[in-house]
Design a protein around this ligand. Sequence first.
Ligand code: MOS
Length: 744
Amino acid sequence: MSTTPTSIIGAATPRIDGPLKTTGAAEYAADFHFEHIAHAVPVGASIASGRIRALDTSAAEKMPGVLLVLHHGNIGPLFRTAPGDDNATNSEVRSAFEDEVIRHWGQHIAVVIAETLEQATAAAAVVHVEYELRPASLRASLDDFTGKRKTGSERGDFDGAFADAPIKIDATYITPIETHNPIELHASVAFWDGDHLTLYETSQGVVNHRVVMAQVLGLPVENVRVVTRFLGSGFGGKLFPWPHTAIAAVAARKLNRPVKLSVSRRMMFSSVGYRPRTEQHIRLGATKEGKLLALRQDYLNVTSQLDDFDEGCGEATPYLYSVANLEVTSGLVRRHVGAPMYMRGPGAVPGLFALEAAMNELADELKMDPLKLRLLNDAVKDEDKNLPFSSRHFSECFEVGAKKFGWERRSPGIGSMRRDSKVLGWGLAGASWVALRLPCTATVEFHSDGRVSVRCGTQDIGTGTYTIFAQVLHEKTGVPLDRIDVIIGDSALPDGPMSGGSMVTGSVLNAIAAGAANATKRMLALATGTSASPFHGVDAATLELTLGRIHKRDQVAAGGTPFADILQMAHLNGLSAEGKTQPSWEDPKAKGFSLHSYGAQFVEVEWEPEIARLRVSRVVTVIDAGRIINPKAAANQVAGAVVMGIGMGLLEETVYDQRTGQPINGSMADYLMATCADTPDIDVTFLNYPDPAMGEYGARGVGEIGLAGVAPAITAAVYHATGVRVRELPVRIEHLLQSKILEA
Ligand code: MOS
C-alpha cells in the first residue's frame, strides 16, 4: 500500500540525515580541510581588567612552523557594525582588537598561525604579555547595582494593590552564569579565492553571519559565503559571529592560505557567550482565595564592560496570568567578563524560574494545590498587549499532565510521601515561549531524474530541520523521502532564518509549502503546454500532481505520468519556483494576536536523607506548541530540554576566580551538566492544537519551550521532600543538608 501523501505531517519520521551522522560522513565546520591549510590558535588575556603594556611576539615568531602572529597592532582594521544593529556580538570583536584595553579574562589579544595545530599551540604559549593591572569587578552578587531601572511592562497600580493584598509573597530568586556547552566546538575555516571569502562555520544563522562578516571585514556582501552543513548544537552560543571568525578570515587573507581556527573547550567558557546571572525580586499579592491582585518583577542581570545585554527575564511575566496590577523593571550590572549571549529560552527560562517559584510559594502560603492556583489565574487574553491569544491551552497542559503524573495522589505535607527507602517530593511549574513567523524564501525544484529539492539559507542546529523540510516536500509532491534533497546551511541560498527562538519550523514550512505549490503549478502548465506530453492541450485546472505523477483529478495517480518524464519531453533538466513566508506581524490572521507556546512540567525527586542524595526520578511534560510536524524529533527536543533543566536545577554554574576572572570550572570535567546517569524517566506529551496564526501547518516550534519551568518544578519538589526552600540555583548539597527530614 502506498503512503497517503498527507500522512507524513505528524508522523514520527526518522531523521533523513541520521545515517550521515552515525557513520561520521556529516561534515561539521572543523571537518573542512584544504591543502596548505594553516592553523590558528588565539592567545587569551590572563587578567580580567587592565591594559597591555607590552606584547612581545618575537619568541613565538621564531618557533618552528610559525607563519604569522597577529595582534591589535598589526591585524589591520576590523570594522564595527552600525549602532543599533543587533546582529553581531560586536563588543567582542571591538574589545579583542580595537585597542589595548583588557576587559575580561580570555579576551583574544593575539593569534598565532602555524603549519600545524601543535606548532601554533606551542608558539601561542610563548607570546609574552606585560599588563598594567586595573581593579576588576567580578563578584557574583549584583547588589552593587546603582544604575537606572528600565520599566518593561506596567498596568494598573501595583503599589496600591500590593499594599492592600491580604496574602503576599516577597522573595528574591537567583540564577547563576551558565555556559553553553554544545558538543561541537566553535570553529571557523576561512578560504579565500581572490577577493571572495568562504567561511566554513558552525553558525546558527548563515545569512546573518555573512552580512556581519562582510561589514567587519569591509567587503561587499556578495564576496562572502558562509557554509554550515551540520551543527553539533549551539544553544544560542552560535547565533552571532564571535571574534575567532574574523581572525581566521584576516589570517587567511594575509597568508593567502586557508586557515582553520577551532576554539578550545576552555576558551569557549570565556569568549563565546554565556547565560548571564540574574537576580529577580518578585512580589505577588493575592486574595485569600488565591486570585492574583498584584505582580511585580524587578530583575538585574550581569553584562560585560561594553554590552547592554538585557536577559529579558520579564518576557513571560506580563501575559502568563491574569492580574490587573503589574510592573516589570530591569537593570544591568557590569562585570569584567565576556559578552553574554542568548541561551536556550533566553529571558523566559530564568524569568519563569522566579515567577513560577513564587507562584509555588504563594500556593504553599495559601495551603492551596499549586495546580489549582494556576487554573484559577489563567489568562483569557494577553493583558499586556490587550490582544487575544492565537491559541492557548495552558490550563489543559496542567490538567493533562496531572493525570499522567498522578498528581491527585499527592499528599502536601513536607516529607510525607515515601517510596521504598526514599522520601518523594513532587513539584510543578508552567512554561511558555514566544512564537513568531519570520520572513523567508524557499525554492522548490523538480528535477529530470525524478528528484525534488528545496533550497533555503537556514540551517539544522541538530533538531531535525532537514527531516521536517523533506516531510513537507513529500506531503506536497508524493515523492518518496529518498528522492528528496534538502539543501540548507549555505548563505548563497535564498534568505532563511536563524536557528533561534524556536522559529525555523513555524517560519520556513510555509515558504516550502508555497514553493511546492508554485512549482507544481508550473509543472502542470508544462504538462499541458508540451507537445510530446500526454496532457498537451488539456486544461491544467483538471490536473493534479500526487505520488510524483501528473494525472487527471478524476484518475488515480498510478494512471498518470511521472513529472520526470514530462520534464524530459520538454527537454528541461529542472523546473523551480520560489515560495515566501509572510511574517506574522504582517499577516492579518496573526498580527492581531498574542502568539506563544505553553507547557506544564511535573517533577518527582527522590531524597535519601541518610546520605543526602537527591535525584530527579520522574518528569512529565505537556507541551502546547501548535501542530507537531514530527513527534519523534519534537519529543527529542523536549526531553533534551528537560535534561538541560535538570542541569539548571541541580548542577550548572560557571564560577570565576575572583583574582583573575578565569572561569575555574571551564572544562567538561569541572562544569557539571546533567548526564545519562542524571536523566530520569521523561514522559513528553504534545497537545497538538494547530495555531491558525502560524500559517499552513499551525506549527510553533519546540526547541526551547521544554526547558522553561523545569527548574522551578524541581525546587518545588525539593521543598516538598526536604522542607528546604532554595531560591538560588543550582540546588546544592549544602542547601539540602539543612533539611529537618533526617530519615526516610
Ligand atoms: Mo536560541 S537561545 O534562540 O539559539
